[in-house]
Design a protein around this ligand. Structure first.
Ligand code: C5P
Length: 214
């Protein structure tokens, strides 16, 4: 069984996908973490975001996996915290717009989900990665509520940010993610839309589990 959960930044996808996977006892794959890890690797290797040749070379030898706690590892290092910094967040949309990056990530995502029951969350799961997914959901929420959620995430890792800054970052990322040529963020025609603005975490998880159990 493949469950696709797509939606814009900070809409509640991760929390929902994690909760749904726990309730159903199946694998949770955060594909955004993978694009973030690639972005971190490119930044740390001092590769320019326009240097396609070096990026292709970097991707050839990349090793990404998730451990039993669902922490992401890049080339032998646990990067679960590092991928959440402002620097990675402000560059990830540019990196994930590159077709060469997307091709590689989609291959890894399909491989991880192969022969497994899996909840995958991202931007293009229901449209590109698994267009025949058994269930497709598109999660949305008000911009300010999304920014407030991100602010809390940042506080948890000790990063200082402001609501205004986060609103503009999220708007910018949504714009880039929706307008790129390669696999843009778009709701699949057969996806069920869920607005999490006024829902608690438990309610948003319950909504999806209920639909699947039906
Ligand atoms: O979900 P999260 O906000 O961590 O994703 C970070 C970024 O990764 C997104 O803004 C988007 O640019 C990219 N992404 C993507 N396709 C996915 C998942 C994430 O392009 N399936």
């Amino acid at each position: 069984m493949i469950i696709a959960i797509d939606g814009p930044s900070a809409s509640g996808k991760s929390t929902t996908a994690k909760g749904v996977a726990e309730r159903l006892g199946i694998t949770h794959l955060d594909t955004g973490a993978m694009y973030r890890a690639v972005t971190l690797g490119i930044i740390e290797s001092n590769i320019g975001l326009n240097d396609n040749e070096s990026i292709s070379e970097f991707l050839k030898n990349i090793e990404i996996h998730f451990d039993s706690l669902n922490d992401i590892w890049l080339n032998g290092h646990n990067v679960a915290e590092k991928i959440r910094t402002t620097e990675v967040s402000s560059n990830v949309s540019a990196v994930s717009a590159l077709p060469v990056v997307r091709q590689k990530m989609v291959l890894i995502q399909r491989f991880i989900a192969k022969d497994k029951h899996c909840v995958l969350e991202g931007r293009d799961i229901g449209t590109v990665v698994f267009p025949n997914a058994d269930y497709k959901f598109f999660i949305v929420a008000d911009l300010e509520i999304r920014a407030k959620r991100r602010l809390l995430d940042f506080e948890k890792i000790g990063e200082i940010s402001s609501l205004t800054e986060l609103i503009s970052d999220i708007e910018n990322r949504d714009r880039l993610d929706s307008s790129r040529d390669a696999s843009p963020l778009v709701q699949a025609k057969d996806a069920i839309s869920i607005d999490t603005s006024k829902l608690t975490i438990d309610e948003q998880i319950e909504k999806i589990v209920e639909i699947i159990n039906k």
